[in-house]
Design a protein around this ligand. Structure first.
Ligand code: SF4
Length: 225
């Protein structure tokens, strides 16, 4: 299956950036910080180049903890295989906002302007999350005509899904077509990028509400829902 490549406009709000920077929604913010964020948001419009790729794969079979996607390719994770045993298809995606914003944040840090660097970094995090949210909506739209519901998204590194499997997603989705690559240590470049899967399964399954947390022993996990 070929990859589908799309670009979108993202609108990052000041409140979201403040929250990402660690300011609770109702807390008073010093004017210097508020001005720095305003400036970043003005600049960010020209620095964010949001784009993503996705492809569809069939779920061939599940033999826990492996969900077999192609004859020689499987996602290895109990959490992912329990999701995909309910799915007939899986969307594999990679998304990014490009390198310009993080280059600008790095330059600001090099020049000693840590506040601007921090605000730009927070803006980038909010922006890439918006792209991921957009992909989530898109998955619901593409599944519906097939009579399939979309799960929420899962990424390598989540729960028992090893980060090393990220390279499979990159190969499946042809991530290089949007300029995203992996370092030897598994870091995504540009760093403001995200990859993952979304399962597509029947509406009468629990694909949409699938949540592995209640059955998980890791009581202290920060990601628990
Ligand atoms: S508590 Fe939930 S998020 Fe955390 S490892 Fe377990 S299943 Fe994953």
């Amino acid at each position: 299956m070929p990859s589908f490549k799309r670009s979108i406009n993202v609108r990052v709000g000041k409140k979201q950036v403040m929250y990402q920077m660690g300011y609770p929604k109702k807390r008073e913010v010093r004017s210097a910080i508020a001005s720095a964020v305003d400036e970043c948001l003005r600049d960010a419009a020209g620095l964010i180049d949001a784009r993503y790729l996705f492809t569809f794969e069939n779920v061939l079979m599940v033999a826990h903890p492996a969900a077999v996607i192609r004859e020689t390719l499987a996602f290895e994770s109990h959490v992912i295989s329990r999701l995909l045993e309910q799915c007939t298809k899986v969307i594999v995606f990679v998304a990014t906002i490009g390198e310009r914003l993080e280059d600008t944040a790095r330059k600001a840090a090099d020049e000693g302007n840590m506040l601007r660097s921090f605000a730009l970094d927070a803006t980038g995090s909010v922006a890439v999350e918006q792209v991921a949210d957009h992909i989530q909506e898109m998955a619901g739209d593409v599944g519906r005509p097939w009579g399939l519901a979309a799960s929420r998204r899962f990424s390598p590194g989540y729960c028992d899904w090893k980060i090393e499997q990220q390279s499979l997603l990159f190969d499946l989705a042809d991530a290089h077509l949007i300029g995203v690559r992996l370092t030897d240590s598994g870091l995504m470049i540009p760093q403001k990028s995200v990859s993952g899967i979304i399962g597509l399964g029947p509406f009468d399954s629990n694909v949409q509400s699938y949540n592995p947390c209640p059955d998980c022993d890791r009581r202290e996990c920060a990601g628990r829902r």
